[in-house]
Design a protein around this ligand. Structure first.
Ligand code: UDP
Length: 474
């Protein structure tokens, strides 16, 4: 018989495929391990797609059980969210087997939003169950409120002539709705509707933000007259939860860092569109010419172009050959810019790059993980949303928080031309009259507020301790 008295509480976290979820799940696991001495097991559906994924798993410090992706019916679910939902649903039997045979009985089961189909398994086994939203509180509100919008809004959301109202939060512009809401007839819409409805069936929601950043949204989510009426379960703002550079040691980042070491402080714009972002051939060429025209220093992580999809690399995560971009960049671009620019194929150790003192701006797809990493490095952004909930993120960053500049039109609607790119890069990088730019000032203020939230006694530190206490309570 197991001596439960002497055993630490055991938290099991379940991650969907893709580094945008796997990284924050692992980092949450590390918090339970380091701050609360819990035993932590990560269940991860992996495609064994790349060295990047393998490296993230290797540096997790937690026990990891990899769940091979089930075979999906041929041609099923072309859209990314549909594929993720179907993959995670097909993994439910493996989750049941894992949870019910663990030597140390789990005290809590925590899933990302795509893992909600497994929540009933935890309920069957009498294990406390939480959803961890790796994005922010405004997104959580929209996702949970989708069931209401579905009843009251006629026609496509993107065709509405006024913003969508969410109780107690900022309205969402029709063009900003997350990808699965773009077409109500697509299967990914009904999948997201289902998972939005599943979240209130958990015992609580952890969200990767902090009280001081999104107090209005968080208060509304708890207010029984506003979003609390729909969500019904407690919300814990435990963020920002993100990687530290020391978790990137497995990557050969030496040459990028050596190059950055030689550049002046705050002079380099770092260009990368998350683990999945891709764009058209024409758009990539405009970026190249735009960087050249800006006459600023840059590090650009380049992937092969794609036409008509913006998340093509999400499930392959940095896999690819180093010459994927040969013939894509304008002729002579690498030679002309070699003194000021570095082109990196496929993948970069992002936190290490962002923390480098030479980096002064981040041209980013606004994935929430990348956003938090940028903010915590004190680096302002040029918002270039591509997929998932990134259009909302860009609006939040540029219009509400003031830590980013953005393109006049959405890059998913229209090719952004070189002149506009050059002017945004110059605007963020250049320090006018020796004064620090407004976005840089704001990003440093927000970084400071996040550090306070994470420190002992701070809001996020306290919220995670509350969750830990509930878990210990059994
Ligand atoms: N990432 C990285 N190097 C790359 C691309 C991505 O280290 O070349 C990491 C990045 O630091 C972040 C994660 O992958 O932690 C991507 O998550 P995010 O939420 O920004 O976007 P997603 O990739 O899910 O769209």
């Amino acid at each position: 018989m197991e001596d439960m008295q002497n055993q630490p509480p055991h938290v099991v976290l379940f991650s969907s495929p893709g580094l945008g979820h796997l990284i924050p799940i692992i980092e949450l696991g590390k918090r339970f391990l380091r701050h609360h001495n819990f035993k932590v097991t990560i269940l991860a559906v992996t495609f064994q797609a790349s060295n990047a994924e393998a490296e993230v798993l290797r540096s997790s410090l937690c026990d990891v059980i990899e769940i091979p992706p089930p075979d999906l019916p041929a041609g099923a679910g072309a859209a990314l969210a549909t594929r993720l939902c179907m993959t995670m649903r097909a993994a439910v039997p493996a989750i049941r087997a894992a949870l019910s045979t663990m030597q140390l009985r789990p005290s809590a089961f925590i899933v990302d939003i795509f893992g909600t189909d497994s929540l009933p398994v935890a309920a069957e086994l009498n294990i406390r169950k939480f959803v961890y939203v790796t994005s922010h509180a405004w997104f959580l509100s929209l996702l949970v409120y989708l069931s209401v919008l579905d009843e009251i809004i006629e026609g496509q959301y993107v065709d509405q002539n006024k913003p969508l109202t969410i109780p107690g939060s900022s309205p969402v512009r029709p063009e900003d709705v997350f990808d699965p809401m773009q077409d109500r007839n697509d299967m990914q819409y009904s999948e997201c509707l289902t998972l939005g409805k599943a979240i209130p069936r958990s015992d609580g929601v952890l969200v990767n933000t902090w009280e001081e950043l999104q107090c209005r949204d968080l208060e509304a989510l708890r207010d029984q007259n506003l979003m609390g009426r729909v969500l019904k379960v407690p919300v814990y703002a435990v963020g920002p939860i993100m990687r530290e550079p020391d978790s990137e040691t497995g990557w050969d980042s030496g040459w990028v860092v050596q190059w950055l070491d030689k550049q002046p402080r705050d002079s380099v714009v770092y260009v990368l569109f998350g683990s999945g972002g891709t764009m058209s051939y024409e758009q990539m060429r405009e970026i190249a010419f735009g960087l050249e025209l800006s006459e600023q220093r840059f590090v650009w992580v380049v992937r092969a172009p794609t036409e008509g999809v913006t998340d093509a690399a999400y499930l392959t995560m940095g896999r690819g050959t180093s010459d994927d971009w040969d013939g894509v960049l304008p002729e002579g671009f690498v030679e002309r810019t070699w003194e000021v620019g570095l082109v990196v194929p496929q993948w970069a150790p992002q936190v290490t790059v962002l923390r480098h003192s030479s980096v002064g701006a981040f041209l980013s797809h606004c994935g929430w993980g990348s956003t938090l990493e940028s903010v915590m490095s004190g680096v302002p952004m040029i918002a270039w949303p591509l997929y998932a909930e990134q259009r909302m993120n860009a609006t939040l960053l540029a219009e509400e928080l003031g830590v980013a500049v953005r393109t006049k039109e959405l890059p998913t609607k229209k090719v952004v031309r070189r002149e506009e790119i050059a002017s945004m890069v110059r605007e963020v990088i250049q320090l006018r009259d020796g004064r620090i730019s407004a976005v840089t000032k704001r990003v440093k203020e927000i970084k400071h507020s996040a550090e306070k939230a994470l420190s002992p006694g701070g809001s996020s530190h306290t919220a995670l301790a509350q969750v830990a206490k509930i878990i210990i309570g059994g």
